[in-house]
Design a protein around this ligand. Structure first.
Ligand SMILES: Cc1cc2nc3c(=O)[nH]c(=O)nc-3n(C[C@H](O)[C@H](O)[C@H](O)COP(=O)(O)OP(=O)(O)OC[C@H]3O[C@@H](n4cnc5c(N)ncnc54)[C@H](O)[C@@H]3O)c2cc1C
Length: 372
């Protein structure tokens, strides 16, 4: 391999774009293959909180801390917990916390603005990556094939790169979220329900969530346990029928809470999947993974994007070092160690938030977190 390897990053999500930025700062010139047609091709999803030692650290290393602070919402770090009758059991405003929220679209835009336009190849869905015995891989996207020394799979849950390293597949977690959107000004009751951050209402194997986003938006989620086939069917079902199904599932809940399902704009059905917690692979020259492609977990630990950004920071450092490839195995080991407790936390968070124990266990968890 030459001192300046040719690097393909498959996937222009937060992890892939952060890696591209950090490699460019170190004099390397990666190409990002992204299947979206442009930055606004599809809604990017809700708000993310960046943690000091992972997400925020990566933004700092990328020289983008100022841009992050300008777009972040430190005022939206509060937590509320309700029972299914709408009784408020826990309320803290989060003032002084250091996990500022940022809209996913804003984060992606900050990263995109930091890259030369030629770095990201839009409308470039990677179909196949073919490794060669003599080293390097052909990356096939949109019918064109190009040889790279190093391929990084930053292509999320259903990665096309991961099968070159591991047989692991994301498994359905038994829980599906249905997502809704609100304009806070048009929905003052939802606005009041959420408080200064996000709210959970927890009942028997069900949860209603609402979270403040930027620009007066609020995202709402109804979460419940349904079989995998039902989740697939729901994905093919129209909003009116979904609302009727949720009306049945949340019958008896306070109307102030079910308003999330009744009055929100339907966005989509999201079955939650995760890779096995101990997912690992034997290091293979020229191919590696970062972010969800490596350690997909449910959003119940709030760590996914933070891990993706931290992975990008560590991998950029490894790749930019002399004989960088030799350091990638060490990167993979650190990444796997970091992801494991987060994946355990995500599984535990999901199973305690959506369980037959109802709200009591969640309230204990909130109080423990506050105490310690
Ligand atoms: C409902 C929900 C809420 C969440 N909330 C939080 C939260 O509060 N905090 C948190 O830290 N995390 C949260 N997460 C998790 C977080 O979104 C992910 O962990 C994070 O986006 C992972 O980043 P990534 O760059 O690894 O992958 P992704 O964000 O999935 O990006 C992958 C990119 O690859 C592209 N791509 C995929 N396949 C191909 C292909 N074949 N060719 C080319 N491009 C391809 C995709 O279009 C995408 O742009 C949440 C997830 C969900 C579903």
């Amino acid at each position: 391999m030459t001192t300046k390897p040719k690097i393909a990053i498959v996937g222009g999500g937060p992890g892939g774009l952060m890696l591209a930025r950090l490699l460019l700062l170190r004099g390397l010139e990666p190409i990002v293959f992204e299947r979206d047609r442009h930055a606004d091709d599809r809604p990017q999803g809700g708000s993310l909180d960046l943690h000091a030692e992972t997400g925020q650290r990566a933004m700092r290393l990328a020289g983008l801390e100022q841009e992050f602070r300008a777009a972040a919402r430190p005022e939206d770090q509060g937590d509320r917990l309700y029972d299914q009758n709408g009784v408020l059991l826990f309320d803290r405003d989060g003032a002084g916390d250091n996990r500022p929220e940022i809209d996913r679209t804003a984060l992606r835009q900050i990263l995109l603005n930091s890259l030369p336009s030629a770095t990201v190849r839009w409308t470039s869905k990677v179909d196949v990556v073919t490794p060669h015995k003599e080293g390097g891989c052909d990356v096939v996207a949109g019918g064109a094939s190009e040889r790279f020394d190093i391929v990084v799979g930053a292509d999320g849950a259903w990665s096309r790169v991961r099968p070159l390293l591991s047989d692991a597949k994301p498994l359905y977690e038994g829980v599906t979220l249905v997502e809704f959107g609100f304009d806070a000004e048009r929905h003052p009751k939802i606005d009041a329900l959420v408080g200064g951050g996000k709210m959970f209402a927890v009942g028997d194997n069900r949860v209603l969530i609402a979270q403040r986003n930027g620009h007066h938006h609020i995202r709402g989620y109804a979460g419940l346990r349904i079989p995998e086939q039902a989740a697939r069917d729901w994905m093919m079902t129209g909003p009116d029928r979904i609302r009727a199904l949720l009306r049945d599932a949340f019958a008896g809940w306070a109307s102030a809470l079910t308003d999330i399902v009744e009055s929100g704009d339907f966005i989509g059905v999201r079955p939650l999947h995760a890779l096995p917690i101990s997912h690992r692979w034997r290091s293979r020259a020229g191919i590696t993974l970062l972010g969800d492609a490596a350690h997909l977990m449910s959003p119940f630990s709030g760590e996914g994007v933070n891990l993706a950004l931290a992975d990008a920071a560590d991998l950029a450092e490894a790749l930019a070092a002399p004989k960088g490839w030799e350091r990638v195995a060490a990167y993979e080991s650190i990444m796997m160690q970091r992801a494991r407790p987060a994946a355990e936390g995500a599984a535990e968070g999901l199973n305690s938030s959506i369980s037959s124990n109802g709200v009591a266990a969640v309230l204990d968890h909130y109080r423990e977190r506050l105490a310690g």
